[in-house]
Design a protein around this ligand. Structure first.
Ligand code: NAD
Length: 275
């Protein structure tokens, strides 16, 4: 590891405040779960191809709820088949070493951090979890509940009456919705830990950002707050991103360009040995 990178990690350990890890779809790419970039991301309905930023919306769900559910059930089966990779395991090691100083903010809905062994208590799933559904948006029906439906959904699996029955919710058999934050919705505290995440950014002694393109709002706010405070920030990403631009030349950050599975384990080893 470069001396400058070690200096930043030492600074993070020496200061007070949580060590915050922020992850995006890139960390799960090595587990075989596609990100939203490239051809893989599109979903075909009839003769039309929809981008994830069109499918993952309230507007799409209102217009074609069964198609949106088919897309989620297919993606969920991809997530369920995937296993946590060395980068997920490294984050578990970090939580065990840091205890209450550790906090994970993940945009991923795949549940792999929890399956790897991170605790729900210290993991904020700021975009939800694909294994859960909610009845609707009324306050009394907000509590997410686990999906109880088969995991073998192909791209062409039809939306059957049985699926409809299994995905119906308490409100008179109405179709429930996936427990994810959609692109045309707002973060909140009750479901997505919005204020708590902002608070963590304002207190963090170190932020490690992994595999995110910076295209969503709360992660960008978290990065911006930490960067403005001049707290140390390590950015691991295969490609440059708004986060890498925040740290480059800042004197308080480091851009580790490449795969999460290559860059993260040595960083965690270093921190865990000194925690
Ligand atoms: P994104 O697809 O916008 O960006 C992924 C980033 O990861 C890119 O910058 C890419 O260069 C980088 N990357 C790819 N492979 C990598 C690797 N092996 N190591 C390090 N970096 C790598 O994803 P995002 O920023 O998380 O935001 C988009 C939205 O996509 C989020 O709302 C998220 O909930 C959703 N999403 C989640 C999953 C999942 O749960 N696994 C998958 C796809 C999309």
């Amino acid at each position: 590891m470069e001396p400058e990178q070690q200096r930043l990690l030492d600074r993070g350990l020496a200061a007070e405040g949580p060590i915050v890890v922020l992850t995006g779809a890139g960390i799960s790419a090595e587990s075989g779960i596609p990100t939203f970039r490239g051809e893989d991301g599109y979903w075909t309905v009839g003769s039309k191809n929809f981008h994830p930023t069109e499918m993952a919306t309230q507007a799409a769900f209102r217009r074609m709820p069964e198609e949106v559910w088919r897309w989620y059930l297919y993606r969920r089966s991809v997530c369920r088949r995937a296993d946590p990779n060395p980068a997920h395991h490294a984050i578990v090691q970090l939580e065990r070493a840091l205890g209450d100083r550790f906090l994970l903010l993940t945009q991923n809905v795949d549940g792999l951090h929890l399956r790897a062994g991170n605790t729900l208590e210290r993991t904020y799933q700021i975009h939800g979890n694909i294994d859960y559904l909610r009845c609707g948006d009324a306050p009394e029906s907000l509590q997410p509940v686990p999906l109880e439906i088969g995991e073998q959904w192909g791209k062409d699996s039809p939306f059957t009456e049985e699926a409809r029955a299994l995905l119906s919710c308490c409100e008179g058999g109405r179709l429930s919705r996936p427990h994810v934050l959609w692109f045309d919705e707002y973060y909140d505290e009750a479901l997505f830990h919005f204020e708590s995440s902002i608070h963590a950014a304002a207190q963090a002694s170190l932020l490690i950002v992994i595999g995110t393109s910076g295209s969503t709002n709360l992660p960008m706010q978290v990065g911006t707050i930490v960067a403005r405070r001049g707290a140390p920030m390590i950015v691991i990403n295969r490609d440059p991103s708004p986060f890498s631009r925040m740290v480059e030349g800042s004197g308080s950050g480091w851009f580790a360009e490449g795969k999460a599975g290559d860059h993260l384990p040595p960083i965690v080893e270093y921190l865990a040995e000194r925690a």
